[in-house]
Design a protein around this ligand. Structure first.
Ligand code: OAD
Length: 236
């Protein structure tokens, strides 16, 4: 593939959320039976929770990591990776799992961090890959401070948002998949598309903040991507 061929490919951008990985067996957050029904955000996903009870926070993310290590990418993840044959695909995900990467997607931007990484509590640039599920009290960075999950907690800045905006602004086609669009600034990204850019939305429940002029597909990620892939390939 030459650079020219890459330049000619349309830029296809995905914005994914927890529903993307639901068919891989990972729970979403805000639906019935979702994670935020069983856990209080303020006790496991804020900087204050980490100060108050780091053991509980570590346990919560250890459980997520353990489940992730047993999960596999689903048909939806695989279809998105497959579209790289014909499009310049970029994935912006709110998910902290690595299922897009494991499906073969090569450009994945994680807005809310990554479960399979840990970082230093004194130097946020010291980030470490994890190859096991347990991050424990006493696990230290090279400067001797406790490691924390590499997750963007509620109340923390979202450092990747300017990069995500830059990607959405260049999109020729945007696909929003498996997100309730309830959390900002991620949810605001859809407003950065160029005028006239086709926007597709795949979700069994229509996100309430969406504008009228999107193509809404009331499907789960796997089936929705099977249908959409055929449509997208007509738009190459
Ligand atoms: P939500 O739980 O808010 O929304 C999940 C969306 O997925 C809903 O719109 C569901 O209808 C949809 N859904 C469920 N099953 C699906 C399937 N099989 N295929 C496609 N869609 C399906 O999750 P997010 O929008 O991702 O942040 O939540 C955003 C952020 O809030 C998360 O990144 C997380 C959470 O708190 C942090 O923890 C920082």
């Amino acid at each position: 593939m030459s650079t020219n061929q890459l330049e000619m490919k349309k830029k296809l951008v995905f914005l994914s959320g927890a529903g993307m990985s639901q068919e891989s067996g990972l729970k979403t957050f805000r639906e019935m039976g979702g994670l935020w029904e069983s856990y209080d955000i303020n006790e496991v996903a804020t900087p204050e929770a980490w100060q108050r009870n780091p053991e509980l926070v570590l346990r919560f993310y250890n459980e997520r990591r353990k489940q992730l290590m047993q999960a596999k990418p689903n048909a939806g993840h695989l279809a998105i990776a497959d579209l790289e044959k014909n499009f310049d695909v970029e994935v912006i995900t709110q998910n902290v799992d690595n299922l897009h990467e494991r499906a073969g997607s090569s450009k994945v931007l994680h807005l809310h961090g990554e479960l399979m990484k840990a970082r230093s509590t004194v130097d946020s640039f010291l980030v470490y890959e994890l190859d096991h599920w347990a991050l424990n009290p006493g696990d230290l960075c090279e400067k001797g401070s406790q490691l924390r999950p590499h997750i963007v907690w509620f109340g923390e800045a979202v450092p990747e948002i300017p990069n995500a905006i830059g990607i959405v602004e260049k999109a020729d086609i945007l696909v929003v998949i498996g997100t309730s669009l309830a959390v900002y600034p991620a949810a605001g990204l859809v407003n950065y598309v160029k005028k006239g850019t086709p926007v597709f939305v795949i979700d069994p429940n229509r996100p309430s903040v969406l504008q009228e002029n999107v193509v809404y597909m009331k499907e789960k990620a796997g089936k929705g991507m099977e249908i959409l892939q055929k449509e997208l390939e007509k738009m190459m």
